[in-house]
Design a binder for this molecule. Structure first.
Ligand code: GLN
Length: 480
């Protein structure tokens, strides 16, 4: 089955539709690959080999009438609810939680979703290395001593290792794009509201988005096509028509105005990363784009504002995990003691740190100084983008400041870990779409370049990302 594993998701889907390959053959190939590499990579919290085969059999039994993405095995981040399949969010507190319904993003995908399993992640999606998982760290398939990034590190590693053809992750501050960058794959954070959040266990509701993580840009377009759309179950879901994301992919960058973000190319960004981004900028110019320097004057305040707003929303969203309604309950004398012990034992250190930061930022007397101030900064950042997009069609930057780092290197330094998202967080604060696409290598490890566009310009950023793929010469190669 090695042959099948070499195909992109798009190519495999075409062969399944034309019945050249059965969905069951694909599912078997995925299961075999999982068995072979999972002991080293550890991309999944839960694998579902029987369900994978059963769903594939349903696809084959449908006898035609397949959607362009049907039958291609998918890894699903363990923060998306899956009916009857435990959904832990990387936390002990949800160790045995089985949702009663599927997340809308999966429902949109279609009836016969062939899922490989539930991918590992930082607890409740808080982190940049997947080391904050209660189920142990995932390894980077490019170098097993390094992290895959996070929080969707399991999804990224699964795709890089060929454990399934593609994956869904979620991105609140960079969690689709940064692990995609560190694992040499494509990761797209759609416009806020483009993909339903119903059934996505909330981290920071005003920032969370579901996004595709794939082998190449065409696969990202196809997976976005599968999951995008309006959903009456999510009041923040956008009632905006879903365009054809595949039709403009080969349009090239000729005539596009691309702004290289000055504030994301200076201190704190590894020289090797900067070099790759500069080289891509030059090559896009040769391909016909006009490249200039763009400015986001409030960039230095994005990270601090995010680390008020996101923890504030966490402190509220995670209040529901109290031992009464979901998951773990640690019995104790009296209800308050039961709450206390359940949350003490159920949450890991980073979740506790964020709950405390958020509760503090929202408390009487501090609310205006912290949360109120952070919201004002958020408005400034939105205005920065508005003005940048009046000059440029797209903005270009690194996705992450470094390549993949060693497991353990940043676990004791939360600020260094938070800094991983310095280039990705602004897009979440503004709600705009952004993609990470491999641009080349530094120190033998993949570097992602980020393209950001105005709201609902996914067709444009996919088209430019496709051009990056073309000029970079980087091709997906299954690891390890
Ligand atoms: N690393 C960032 C954080 O820890 C972003 C995580 C995410 O996008 N889910 O909050």
């Amino acid at each position: 089955m090695a042959g099948l594993l070499e195909l992109t998701a798009y190519e495999l889907a075409q062969k399944i539709r034309s019945r050249e390959v059965s969905a069951q053959e694909a599912a078997e190939a995925a299961n075999e690959r999982v068995e072979a590499v999972e002991p080293e990579v550890k991309a999944f919290i839960t694998t579902t080999p029987e369900l994978t085969l059963a769903r594939a059999a349903e696809v084959d039994a449908r006898n035609g009438n397949l959607k362009p993405w049907d039958g291609v095995p998918l890894a699903v981040k363990d923060v998306l609810s899956t009916r009857g399949v435990r959904t832990t969010c990387g936390s002990r507190i949800l160790e045995n939680f089985e949702p009663l319904y599927d997340a809308s993003a999966l429902v949109n995908f279609g009836e016969n979703l062939v899922m490989v399993g539930k991918a590992n992640m930082d607890e409740f999606a808080m982190g940049s290395s997947t080391e904050n998982s209660a189920y142990g760290p995932t390894r980077n398939p490019w170098d097993l001593s390094r992290v895959p990034g996070g929080s969707s590190g399991g999804s990224a590693a699964a795709v890089a290792a060929g454990e399934g053809w593609w994956a869904l992750g979620t991105d609140t501050g960079g969690s689709v794009r940064q692990p995609a960058a560190l694992c040499g794959i494509v990761g797209l954070k759609p416009t806020y509201g483009r993909v339903s959040r119903h059934g996505l266990v909330a981290f920071a509701s005003s920032l969370d988005q579901v996004g595709p993580m794939t082998r190449d840009v065409r696969d990202a377009a196809l997976l976005l096509q599968a999951v995008a759309g309006h959903d009456p179950h999510d009041s923040t879901s956008a009632n905006v028509e879903v365009p054809d994301y595949l039709s403009e992919l080969e349009g090239g960058v000729s005539g596009l105005r691309i702004g290289l973000v000055g504030e994301m190319m200076g201190e704190g960004i590894d020289p090797g990363v900067r070099e790759v981004v500069e080289r891509i900028a030059g090559e896009l110019e040769e391909a016909g784009a006009s490249v200039g320097e763009a400015h986001l004057p409030h960039q230095e305040y994005a990270l601090p504002a995010y680390y008020i707003i996101a923890p504030a929303e966490v402190s509220s969203n995670l209040a529901r995990f109290d031992g009464v309604r979901y998951g773990l309950r640690v019995p104790a004398e009296g209800v308050h003691e039961m709450y206390r012990r359940t949350r003490e034992e159920g949450f890991g250190d980073e979740a506790k740190r964020r709950i405390m930061l958020g509760t503090y930022a929202l408390s009487t007397g501090y609310y205006e100084a912290y949360y109120g101030q952070a919201q004002k900064v958020r408005t400034k950042i939105i205005e920065d983008f508005r003005s940048a997009f009046s000059q440029f069609d797209l903005l270009l930057s690194p996705t992450a400041p470094t390549v993949a780092f060693e497991v353990g290197a940043k676990v004791d330094d939360p600020l260094a870990m938070y800094y991983q998202d310095v280039c990705s967080i602004p897009a979440n604060l503004a709600g705009i779409p952004a993609i990470s696409v491999p641009g080349g290598l530094s120190e033998g490890l993949p570097v992602g370049v980020q393209l950001m566009g105005d709201h609902f310009t996914e067709p444009l950023i996919l088209r430019a990302a496709r051009a990056v793929e073309e000029v970079s010469g980087f091709e997906y190669e299954m690891k390890p």
